[in-house]
Design a protein around this ligand. Structure first.
Ligand code: ZN
Length: 482
């Protein structure tokens, strides 16, 4: 039911919430992963409820402060630069499935939320107003601005005793529709709330439909306004399904938990910020860092060291899930089967299930690497390219062994290559078939994806920290400190 709070009550509730926000970033508070999950899933929805029941023309000016405080809270908790670029702020506010971080701006949500709420409650509102209509003031007491501008002649008539002017939220509805129209939402997509046909049945998932239009427009604007190819590649990679899994994981055990420093680095990567604010001008390999803030993820210096550690973590974890699904995994010894350049000539592991056997090779590719522009062309283009290279390298070998080869490719931003996604589904199904008690295959798929997503971000963070340390040491030597 739509309720009306007093104009003093709303600021009070908002002020209380704003007063409590510093608890999220005080030194003795929760880990970053837990705090930001609570912020996204509890603190913001708590106030989002107000947007469903209060005239947004009253609420929005007050929500501007709240939105700003949310950004400040995230910035302080993650120790991000205090003056975040507007593109980074937009990414923080976009939904995760649009490549953002899911900290919605309530100012943006309020009109759609209110309209959706009114649409749902319309039959009850009409019923209540018709009961009270005899006690409403005469029409002459309304100002001309209260009059609804368009009343469709073809719309069904309101119940007797109810005029459009009798409906208490007409002006607010009109305000919302005008605002949404200015944001690109076509009036034809909105319910006929501004007319007498408010009695029509509620539209299901109306808020989601309206916000999808607005979010798509914002995400596309973000992409089209990115001049650099590495930024375009990053934005496209972050929009891939499941690339933001690490953002939604509940830290219920070690394999699903990120240290505060690693969590902050994962955010910085998604926002397009450098891993640290005061890095030297160049990497140890002498590549300038300014044009490519996340250069360490594609730096050739770390390929046989910390990058291999990230790779091994992922392959070992995948092997654990395969064994849990009833498969046998033989991991190829690390220092055997290398060519003269030190590169492997055999895939990472042989997998045996009762019904089939295959070999797998894990790989992580960085779509926003300036060495390859594939990532800026389309989503998962970098993963697809890596998959084809792996097939070229190992398919013949697998055929000779009467087996088949599956490349397991992930992108640094969290996206899974097509064949990796299919393999995870296969493992999940086999696990469900093996289980003695009924288990949901989707839940297993989600667990595997989220565990690997967390491991990937942990590995990325180790590479970024190592790269930063090496760059500082190299810069120190150049300055004569060593
Ligand atoms: Zn480098």
């Amino acid at each position: 039911m739509i309720v009306t709070l007093s104009r003093t009550g709303v600021p009070l509730r908002l002020s209380l919430m704003i007063v409590f926000l510093p608890l999220f970033y005080t030194p003795l508070s929760l880990s970053s992963q837990t705090a930001l999950l609570i912020l996204r899933h509890s603190a913001i929805p708590k106030l989002q409820y107000l947007t469903r029941v209060i005239d947004p023309s009253i609420l929005c000016p007050l929500l501007v402060d709240f939105d700003s405080c949310i950004i400040v809270t995230i910035t302080k908790k993650l120790k991000l630069p205090s003056s975040l670029p507007s593109a980074a702020q937009s990414i923080l506010r976009l939904p995760i499935r649009f490549g953002g971080c899911g900290f919605r701006s309530l100012v943006q949500v309020a009109p759609a939320s209110y309209l959706s709420s009114v649409s749902q409650a319309a039959p009850d509102i009409i019923h209540t107003v018709s009961l009270l209509s005899s006690t409403l003031p005469p029409i002459s007491s309304y100002s001309s601005s209260d009059i609804i501008p368009s009343i469709s002649s073809s719309a069904p008539p309101l119940p007797s005793g109810v005029s459009p002017l009798s409906i208490p939220m007409n002006v607010a509805i009109d305000w919302c529709i005008k605002l949404l129209s200015s944001q690109g939402v076509s009036k034809s997509l909105l319910p006929p709330l501004a007319s007498s046909s408010i009695v029509s049945s509620p539209i299901p998932k109306l808020q989601r439909s309206i916000m999808d239009i607005i979010d798509t427009r914002l995400a596309d604007t973000l992409l089209s306004s990115s001049v650099l190819l590495i930024d375009r590649a990053r934005i496209l990679a972050c929009r891939v399904k499941r690339s933001g899994d690490w953002l939604s994981v509940l830290p219920s055990n070690y394999s699903l938990t990120l240290l505060d420093s690693h969590y902050a680095l994962a955010f910085r990567l998604r926002l397009g910020l450098p891993p640290q604010d005061d890095l030297p001008l160049q990497c140890k390999c002498e590549v300038k860092l300014a044009p490519d803030p996340n250069h360490f993820l594609s730096c050739k210096l770390f390929r046989r060291t910390i990058v291999t550690t990230r790779h091994d973590m992922l392959v070992r974890s995948l092997a654990t899930f395969i064994r849990a699904a009833g498969g046998a995994v033989y991991l190829e010894p690390k220092f055997i089967g290398l060519d003269s350049s030190g590169a492997r000539i055999r895939p990472d592991a042989q997998v045996y299930f009762p019904s089939e056997s295959f070999s797998i090779d894990g790989s992580v590719t960085h779509p926003a690497s300036p060495y390859s522009v594939q990532g800026s062309k389309s989503s998962l283009a970098a993963a697809k390219l890596r998959e084809s290279l792996k097939h070229k390298k190992y398919d013949d070998q697998a055929a000779k062994e009467k087996s088949k080869f599956i490349p397991f490719v992930m992108e640094t931003f969290g996206g899974f290559g097509k064949e990796a996604r299919l393999l995870i589904k296969k493992i999940s199904k086999l696990h469900s078939d093996l289980a003695t008690v009924p288990t949901r295959q989707n839940a297993r798929t989600s667990l595997i994806s989220r565990t690997l997503s967390i491991l990937l971000q942990r590995g990325n963070a180790l590479i970024q920290l190592t790269g930063a340390q090496f760059a500082r040491e190299a810069a120190g030597a150049q300055c004569g400190y060593n």
